[in-house]
Design a protein around this ligand. Structure first.
Ligand code: HEC
Ligand code: HEC
Ligand code: HEC
Ligand code: HEC
Length: 139
């Protein structure tokens, strides 16, 4: 009796695990992301609403333009692999070796692309006005 219950439990849990994995790969990217770091030395600016799905589907930005995992200087991350949060590697408080701190990583990623596209005269996102990305900070 007890054994049967354990077997059932194991079968049930395995099923759940498959479900969870299935759900992850089906919804392989978030729709919108509210980027709202909490571990900065000073949290000066409000959060940033980022249209994740639009960037990849409508603006046709490749996943690898933003997601990476460097091995020997080469980006070995591929679509389908798990995605780590930027702050898993970019420290919000300080630069670590070659790895720039979180604020700079975001600014360099987001603003540099927008700026480069503007230079080419293409449709682009904001890179000058802070409030085009940062929401007002709630007191
Ligand atoms: C223009 C930049 C950009 C592009 C293009 C992009 N992403 Fe993202 N993605 C982000 C940012 C920024 C986050 C939020 C990261 C964080 O919270 O640290 C994120 C988060 C995610 C997450 C959630 C991670 C988590 O743990 O919260 C997944 C999954 C993901 N992206 C997958 C993808 C896939 C797959 C593609 C391509 C189809 C893609 N992304 C394209 C910038 C981008
Ligand atoms: C698995 C660890 C890891 C994660 C996760 C990660 N980074 Fe990085 N990132 C690095 C490392 C290491 C470098 C330095 C590479 C070098 O200079 O050789 C780097 C470099 C960069 C650079 C400068 C070079 C370049 O590729 O343009 C930017 C900008 C950047 N990261 C932004 C981000 C953003 C934005 C996210 C989240 C969407 C993110 N990183 C997630 C490890 C990571
Ligand atoms: C490789 C290029 C690229 C990167 C990286 C990128 N963007 Fe954009 N972004 C675009 C383009 C292209 C548009 C506008 C396209 C249009 O209007 O047709 C845009 C538009 C926007 C807009 C205005 C329209 C909207 O959808 O909200 C905001 C805000 C924005 N980006 C924020 C961000 C943030 C925040 C990041 C970093 C996490 C980021 N972008 C990274 C290319 C990029
Ligand atoms: C293209 C979008 C974009 C623009 C434009 C932009 N930022 Fe940011 N910035 C970000 C993102 C994304 C983060 C990461 C937010 C987080 O983790 O909370 C960030 C983080 C920061 C941070 C660290 C987090 C905090 O709240 O203290 C500061 C400070 C900051 N930005 C200042 C500025 C200033 C000043 C300007 C205008 C000169 C500006 N930013 C323009 C996207 C942008």
């Amino acid at each position: 009796m007890k054994k049967k219950f354990v077997t059932l439990l194991v079968v049930g849990l395995t099923g759940l695990l498959f479900l969870a994995v299935g759900a992850l790969s089906a919804a392989d990217q978030p729709n919108d992301v509210l980027i709202k770091g909490k571990d900065y030395k000073k949290d000066k600016k409000g959060p940033v609403e980022f249209t994740h799905e639009k960037h990849s589907k409508d603006y046709k930005v490749a996943c690898t333009d933003c997601h990476h995992d460097y091995k020997d200087g080469k980006n070995v991350w591929k679509e389908g692999k798990p995605v780590e949060k930027c702050k898993a590697c970019h420290n919000p408080k300080k630069k670590e070796g070659k790895v720039m701190k979180l604020q700079n990583a975001y600014h360099r990623n987001c603003k540099n692309c927008h700026k480069a596209l503007a230079k080419e005269g293409k449709k682009t996102g904001p890179y000058k006005k802070c409030t085009k990305c940062h929401q007002k900070k709630k007191k």
